[in-house]
Design a binder for this molecule. Structure first.
Ligand code: C5P
Length: 261
């Protein structure tokens, strides 16, 4: 079984406050995009996770492995699997790559195990693995609240024309960004409230945003906790050679199907 595991972008992300459990209450519009990884699940003599990206840990800390362990613990599925991850989603980018991989793995295992879990139960399992995991069980466009795990599917994808993704070499870790966030320093008209803490940790990001805005885009904003920027407009971003550039399209999945490109 080979499944597409899409990235997401946040078309807006507002932080509403800090909760007693240490998480932040958010309000965000999530959209799945056609940039994504591919994951292959093959019956095997023993469990094995491999990846095309040698910088990614393939041990028990990988969210794919965590999803497999959680699924086994909660079901009587005993099948052993060789899982191969073909990585295209940049890491530490705010694109939800690990969360998407976890959701895709839960979906695949549920198919292979002949559906022991309902859709709602899969979402609940996903929320145990990370705040962004449940979104990937939506149809591709959703308004998300709570710590991000409360997902309200929207009927149509956001009409994305002329969207670009710009990913600088440097990455940022999500917990570090939330730790740096100062709630009383939020900017009222910010598309993404996590931009300010990202700029505080990595000032070169602010310079990159200013550079992109000077190229005439209608909007330039960070996705999630960064470091990837979404650029909206009719021009093609001109960036330094070490900066990755992707053209993006929104994707949706049909009811009872997984995402396709
Ligand atoms: O849920 P997830 O494991 O992806 O979150 C990683 C970290 O990001 C959390 O431990 C927390 O520090 C921070 N976070 C947060 N508020 C959210 C989501 C994540 O503070 N809504």
């Amino acid at each position: 079984m080979r499944l597409f595991s899409p990235a997401k972008i946040n078309l807006f992300l507002k932080i509403l406050g800090k909760r007693g459990d240490g998480y932040h209450e958010i309000a965000s519009l999530f959209q799945a995009v056609d940039l994504g990884d591919w994951i292959t699940f093959t019956p095997a003599q023993e469990d094995r996770l491999t990846c095309t990206d040698s910088t990614l840990c393939c041990d028990s800390t990988n969210l794919v492995y965590k999803a497999l362990t959680l699924f086994r613990r909660e079901s009587d599925f005993k099948g052993l699997l060789s899982i191969h991850l073909e990585k295209h989603i940049p890491q530490e980018a705010g694109l939800g790559g690990g969360s998407s991989n976890a959701a895709t793995t839960l979906y695949a295992l549920n198919c292979l195990a002949k559906s022991p879990f309902t859709h709602e139960e899969l979402i609940e399992l996903g929320s145990q693995l990370g705040s962004d995991v449940p979104f990937f069980f939506s149809r591709g466009a959703a308004y998300c609240t709570g710590r991000g795990e409360k997902v309200f599917s929207l009927p149509i994808p956001y009409p994305m024309k002329n969207f670009w993704l710009v990913k600088p070499v440097e990455g940022l870790s999500t917990p570090k960004i939330y730790h740096t966030l100062r709630l009383n320093e939020r900017v009222p008209n910010a598309i993404n409230d996590l931009e300010e803490p990202a700029f505080a940790l990595l000032p070169s990001l602010k310079t990159l945003k200013e550079n992109l805005l000077s190229q005439g885009f209608e909007a330039v904003f960070l996705t999630g906790s960064g470091t990837a920027f979404v650029c909206v407009g009719n021009t093609i971003p001109v960036v330094a050679p070490d900066i990755k550039l992707f053209s993006l399209k929104s994707i949706v999945r049909e009811e009872k199907e997984w995402y396709k490109t």
